[in-house]
Design a protein around this ligand. Structure first.
Ligand code: NG1
Ligand code: MG
Length: 510
């Protein structure tokens, strides 16, 4: 778990056989463009993949376990370090293989490593800067005199942006890894990389949890990964049982852009605030003291569960599932589910002023909402945490009959998760709901919105022999209705059957 990010020379270690040829061509193209741009060859390539979350949606920032897997789509960053001469400031040049979509950028780095990030504007290079700064901070903690070298970088990303597959985390993780390696760290511990990428991404995006960065770094080819956050970050490969028919996931784009910089971030940050306030209100009502934890706002529903089970009120011996069951009965007793709470009501329960409440929970990302649905949001979190456990147990101890027992049960859990996302947490959208319906009618075992939602992607567990039928159903009933002239290429990108891919790596070109 805390082994270093692998350094490889051969692409065979990285991609499945059938993808090797096209990946080789892609790497060659990146190297050639690099030499054309900078007049020298790159020294290495840092790579980090996107992910699809199988189950455990919007519960990472409440510090409950999630089950994602890395996908084949990834971010490659070709790098040539530029040595620092004495005290001069150095430059970092950032170019993208697709310069029309991603305008190049250049920034200078002072000796103290300081880099300015203007998070109020939508610049893709901010994500590079975020990873860069996080890496420099880490190196300065290890050696207070450290100053970064300059860098020339060229980036190629294949994870669709705003599609719920976590292009941002792939980019931040790859940027941080590239910076660490450029500055001589050739053994980058995975856990350190993840922890710094989580904090870095919070400086440019939203108050996110840590699932995406952990999935991008820790994943192992062929397996899902179970990621827990309490008492501390921990990741473990979760192999899929070999079944007949084999477990197959389809990922489908809705082409509704869940743009992190317009409506979605406000919704996302509001959910983080609602969950944190649910924890605070529950604790206040039971006179429990919450410890500061790694939740984005310093406390979490999991922190509440821990505090409850450390108090005399609770039976310490209960299993994880029993404990969450108790949490559900507590919210029924203590939280109102109808209208939601006003700021005044919450502040009064927490014995603070509305100003103090806003200062503590709503300053970093301002929130406009008037009502806060603490009961509903907590209900989703606890039931989803239970669904993750049920899903994981089925993978670890699969019942014998895959076709008639295991796969339909897994599918049911995905469907229940979607219903909760749609009705209780309210982070799906009508288009994704429709895509889930269409897939089920065409024979999927079950499916759900994946990632932050409000657009983006859905994930479906399907019988292998239904893949084409489900694809055809989406094409006819969803994609062509929305966009009659949709191209073959766009359709091919819209739906993928992704094998679980490998996590972050360095490809050494020396
Ligand atoms: P997306 O928007 O799919 O990358 C976001 C968060 C995750 C998690 C999911 C919902 C970021 C970087 N990531 O993922 O941490 O909370 O939503 O489960 O914002
Ligand atoms: Mg993201």
């Amino acid at each position: 778990m805390n082994e270093p990010v692998p350094v490889v020379k051969n692409l065979e270690d990285l991609y499945p056989k059938d993808a090797l040829e096209s990946q080789r061509a892609r790497f060659e193209h990146l190297k050639i463009r690099f030499s054309e741009l900078y007049g020298r060859s790159p020294q290495f390539i840092a790579r980090s993949p996107g992910r699809v979350n199988l189950i455990g949606e919007h519960i990472d920032y409440s510090l409950y376990e999630v089950l994602p897997m890395a996908i084949a789509a990834d971010v490659l960053i070709a790098v040539s370090p530029v040595p620092r001469k004495n005290q001069e400031e150095v430059k970092v040049q950032v170019e993208n293989l697709n310069p029309h979509k991603f305008k190049s950028g250049e920034f200078s780095v002072q000796k103290d490593g300081n880099v300015e990030i203007d998070a109020s504007t939508l610049q893709w290079t901010n994500y590079f800067k975020a990873g860069f700064s996080g890496a420099v901070d880490l190196l300065r903690k290890q050696n207070s005199c450290f100053s970064s070298c300059g860098m020339q970088v060229l980036i190629d990303g294949t994870v669709p942006a705003g599609g719920g597959l976590s292009s941002s985390a792939a980019f931040v993780c790859a940027s941080a890894l590239a910076t660490l390696r450029a500055n001589g760290s050739d053994k980058v511990p995975k856990k350190e990389l993840v922890e710094l990428a989580i904090v870095s991404e919070r400086s440019v995006g939203v108050n996110s949890g840590g699932m995406d960065q952990a999935a991008s770094v820790f994943s192992v080819r062929g397996d899902a990964v179970s990621i827990s956050f309490s008492p501390e970050l921990y990741a473990e490969a979760l192999p899929f049982p070999k079944t007949d028919p084999p477990i197959t996931f389809m990922i489908a784009q809705s082409f509704i852009a869940a743009d992190k910089h317009v409506a979605a971030p406000e919704q996302y940050n509001l959910r983080v605030v609602e969950c944190t306030l649910a924890a605070e209100v529950l604790a206040a009502k039971l006179r429990l003291k919450l410890k500061t934890d790694s939740g984005p706002l310093g406390s979490s529903l999991r922190g509440f569960q821990n505090a409850y089970y450390e108090s005399e009120k609770a039976d310490q011996r209960s299993s994880a599932e029993e404990q969450i069951g108790v949490m559900l009965s507590l919210i029924d007793k203590l939280l109102d589910n109808s209208e939601g709470y006003t700021r005044e009501e919450i502040a009064s329960t927490l014995s603070m002023s509305v100003e103090a409440l806003e200062r503590r929970f709503m300053t970093k990302f301002p929130i406009r909402a008037e009502r806060f649905h603490l009961g509903l949001r907590a209900r989703h979190v606890f039931t989803e945490a239970l669904r993750v456990q049920a899903f994981k147990q089925l993978l670890l101890n699969p019942p014998a009959d895959a076709d008639t027992v295991l796969l339909p049960r897994l599918g049911d859990i995905l469907n229940e998760s979607h219903t909760s996302s749609r009705d209780v947490y309210v982070h799906s959208c009508p288009e994704i709901d429709e895509m889930c319906e269409i897939a089920r009618e065409a024979g999927s075992y079950g499916g759900r919105v994946t990632g932050a939602g409000w657009g983006g992607c859905s994930v479906h567990l399907v019988p292998k022999d239904r893949v084409e039928a489900i694809e055809a159903a989406w094409e006819e009933k969803y994609y062509r209705r929305r966009e009659p002239d949709i191209t073959k290429e766009k359709l091919a990108e819209a739906v993928v059957v992704s094998e679980p891919g490998h996590g972050s790596m360095i490809i050494d070109l020396s």
